[in-house]
Design a protein around this ligand. Sequence first.
Ligand code: FAD
Length: 455
Amino acid sequence: SVPVVLFTSDLRLHDHPPLRAALSGADEVLPLFVRDLAIERTGFAVPNRAAFLADCLAGLDAGLRERGGRLVVRTGDVVEEVCRAVTEAGSDEVHLSAAPSAYGHRREQRLHDALERQGCRLFVHDGVAHAVAPGEVTPASSDHFAVFTPYFRRWSQCALRAPSPAPREVRVPEGIGSEALPDRAKVAGTSPGLARGGEQEGRARLAAWLRDGVEAYEERHDDLAGDATSRLSPHLHFGTLSPVECVQRARRRGGAGADAFVRQLAWRDFHHQVLAARPQAATADYRDRHDRWRGAAARDDIDAWKEGRTGYPIVDAAMRQLAHEGWMHNRGRLLAASFLAKSLYVDWRVGARHFMDLLVDGDVANNQLNWQWVAGTGTDTRPNRVLNPLRQAHRYDPEGAYVRRWVPELRDVEGASVHEPWKLPGLERAGVDYPEPIVGLPEALERFQRARSNV
Ligand code: FAD
């Protein structure tokens, strides 16, 4: 029998437990990827992620071909397509990675039921998309951790498997048809500076990061202009890198930078275990319910925020980086999200949706729960803290280089005065085509405090 390995967001050959398990008992396997129409219909298959995915599938196919196999791609309902492949290959096993989302759980359940009717077993493998899988550590009194610090303590004590190498050979039966792979060049509407996907690219980036970048991570991770973070997030999202391997290799590398990097990887698992236990947190407030957000009156403000013309250069720089690259520095995400949710007082779901429309690493757990963390409805222990965009700007972009990179209207303004163009002397201000702030910070803070005092 030929086991089917259904690839989802685990698009790699290294350290891939489902593939390894399938190969352990068979000479041939069927590596399958289904372009799931249900996902495409939700609007989540946005151009930036569709293009990155095309790279990942091309990389996976190339890796399989080097080993004597190939990737089989189908489009349709994922359960129907898996069942069809099982019939074509005469399989009695399907292997799949566990997914933490509500959709992932439903997919597993539907597959399990449909395959059982065909006399075929489904094996769902944990720990493919996480270093520590959701539910693997829990506090005494709940099914998940709601606070990061105790979670991280337990997470750090978990024994991780040794990452496995990619298989040397993957033989795929003849005569099983595949559609053409999606072509990145044919995806319209992508961000001009979008990164490349694929396992090879991800592995090269990880190696370079561990060699040259991670050492300074602790001191430099918040330096907006320095761009000194790993940029591995899209690879972790699409699974071209194994989180277990990232943690193990960073630990082996050692040092304060590597420790800080490992801690960030634990944040990723943290949000996933929250979402796995509370799938409704993707749209509903996780902890503090809040329904007094500004409505239609905020429409122009929302547009200005999306388009990077709020009049606060640091916020606008971050939003323009997002539009240009389909990626944003973490500090930029924090301050841009805080500006929308707390200074403009707009529902976090509006901002989260816009991020999901553009982020190449856009991930339901990490996006929605980070948004909730910033908005004060999620796992943040200081829900009423408001990030002051000016203080953030002076602290994390002290020379103004990040703003000048992304806001060309302000390119000629020197030093930190770029953060407050409204203070430029008359003539200089008149020569700069850049909007006035859409809201005053004291006024924004007062509105926030008034609304919050009634929560
Ligand atoms: P590094 O600083 O090099 O960190 C290494 C890895 O750790 C990242 O690749 C990521 O997988 C993980 N990580 C780091 N910080 C966080 C965090 N706060 N939460 C969860 N994981 C983290 N991350 C996503 O992967 N997808 C999202 O959709 C997403 N949306 C976000 C929305 C908001 C409002 C905020 C504040 C943060 C969001 N993040 C998201 C988290 C974080 O900003 C990105 O993971 C990070 O900027 C990616 O860049 P990097 O790979 O260079 O990170």
